[in-house]
Design a protein around this ligand. Structure first.
Ligand code: HAM
Length: 432
């Protein structure tokens, strides 16, 4: 319990405690493996950038830029911002280091992001994303590859009940024509719109489609659909993407009102949603952003990617009791020893076992044999390695099987004393 005056973590920012981190490590390791299998390389960018990077790329009218960024002046008076997302930094780094110059890149990242939002379940002020960004491919086959990779990750983790929604925002021409039609339609209901939507009518009408206001939602039911305004090219690539998804047997729903909260997208946008989770149900979102690299000063480069919220993903998996979340991290051996000489030998055995790839814990500090045995049992270790006074004098160790299934597999096994230098081989044989 916190005492009065004690310093606590900042609102909306969470500690990930020792019992939780293994789920995080498992998810991150699986991402590294699955993404690496398809040739994606990790990129690490600083968590702080010049403020205008985000203002220029994400869009000044978005909630993120207009009210959620952690922005401050550093000691030189430069305006810096803790990154609210990873895409802008990837684009900045790619341009700065010539990664896109006549080259294609499959990149991924993982790390903390910062948004000053109202904290609630699944929404934090510091949160973590794993993200993927692909540069240099304009065709929807890259999109299908990415969808297949996300689905694989969900399957391996055992995440269930996630629905994939896709939409096309078309190219600039499609969007301009759609915006005009949407504004015309909404002007007919102007007195029923909330203040936010009225303002967006002039600044960013597409964002009104995302409104949570019930009256606005009702008005939107009969609004024109962007899919009726797609240019021939945008229509064809949206169809092509859907053909790939069908071939990959990835289920999806077309949602013409899906627009996303960032302004940089064109053509394909998508979200994976788990409706059982609560209000913040989107676990992964992304899309195509073909104009950003050029807008930020690079050579025109098509781009596609996603961000996945790790807090949400892990909480969803826990709610579903996902069986694959935790890897078996069973201990091979627990070493019991009493007295300084035997402790020194126990330390050496632990060093030797772990150096050779086994896992071994050691009792540290005072403690009777009985006490240590209790700990060994509780640890879930397969074996106990015991060095009592006699063993210590003889440079020997006793090995005892603790795990029930291992005992059943070795019914004739007797606790025996072996030479300490034999312990590794003996244990390895017994466990295999
Ligand atoms: P985003 O939709 O803003 O997209 O965020 C992606 C995911 O991050 C969300 O679906 C959610 O799971 C998680 N997330 C966002 N905000 C929070 C929060 N406050 N607390 C917890 N989780 C959160 C992007 O960030 C884009 N950069 C995605 C992208 C990459 N598009 C193209 N490339």
């Amino acid at each position: 319990m916190a005492k009065q005056g004690q310093i606590k973590a900042i609102k909306g920012m969470k500690d990930v405690l020792p019992d939780e981190t293994r789920d995080w490590l498992r998810v991150e390791a699986l991402c590294a493996q699955l993404f690496g299998n398809r040739g994606y390389k990790q990129i690490r960018t600083p968590i702080m950038e010049s403020t205008n990077l985000f203002a220029r790329s994400i869009g000044a009218e978005t909630d993120i830029v207009s009210k959620e960024m952690y922005t401050f002046e550093d000691r030189n008076g430069d305006s810096l911002t803790l990154r609210p997302e990873g895409t802008a930094s990837c684009v900045r780094a790619g341009i700065e280091h010539g990664l896109f110059y006549n080259k294609q890149q499959r990149l991924w990242y993982v790390g903390p992001m910062f948004r000053h939002e109202r904290p609630q379940k699944g929404r934090y002020r510091q949160f973590h994303q794993v993200g993927v960004e692909c540069y240099g491919w304009s065709t929807p086959d890259i999109e299908a590859e990415v969808f297949s990779m996300i689905k694989q990750l969900f399957n391996k983790l055992g995440l269930q009940n996630v629905v994939l929604y896709i939409n096309s925002l078309g190219d600039s021409d499609s969007r301009a024509r759609y915006k005009a039609a949407l504004v015309l339609y909404l002007q007919g209901f102007i007195k029923d719109l909330d203040e936010d939507s009225k303002r967006r009518l002039n600044t960013n009408p597409l964002r009104i489609l995302d409104s949570k206001n019930e009256r606005v939602q009702a008005i939107l039911k009969d609004a024109p659909s962007i899919l009726d305004f797609l240019s021939e090219d945008s229509r064809a690539r949206f169809d092509e993407l859907q053909n790939y998804l069908k071939a990959l047997e990835i289920e999806y729903q077309v949602e013409p009102r899906l627009v996303r909260g960032l302004d940089y997208y064109n053509d394909t946008v998508f979200e994976w949603v788990n409706h059982d989770y609560g209000a913040q149900a989107t676990v992964c979102g992304g899309g195509r952003y073909d104009l950003m690299v050029e807008q930020m000063g690079g050579q025109a480069t098509p781009a596609f990617g996603f961000g996945m919220g790790l807090e949400r993903l892990i909480e969803m998996l826990r709610e579903q009791n996902a069986p694959n979340l935790v890897e078996d991290d069973r201990l091979d051996a627990f070493i019991v020893s009493v007295g300084k000489t035997s402790r020194s030998q126990a330390l050496k055995i632990q060093q030797n076992l772990t150096q050779n790839g086994l896992s071994a814990a050691l009792h540290v500090g005072e403690g009777s044999m009985k006490n240590q045995f209790k700990k060994a049992d509780k640890s879930g270790a397969s074996l106990a390695i015991i060095i009592g006074e006699q063993e210590s004098e003889d440079y020997a160790a006793n090995v005892k099987i603790l795990r029930k299934d291992l005992l059943e597999a070795n019914p004739n096994f007797q606790q025996i004393s072996i030479a300490q230098e034999e312990v590794f081989n003996f244990v390895t044989n017994l466990l295999n």
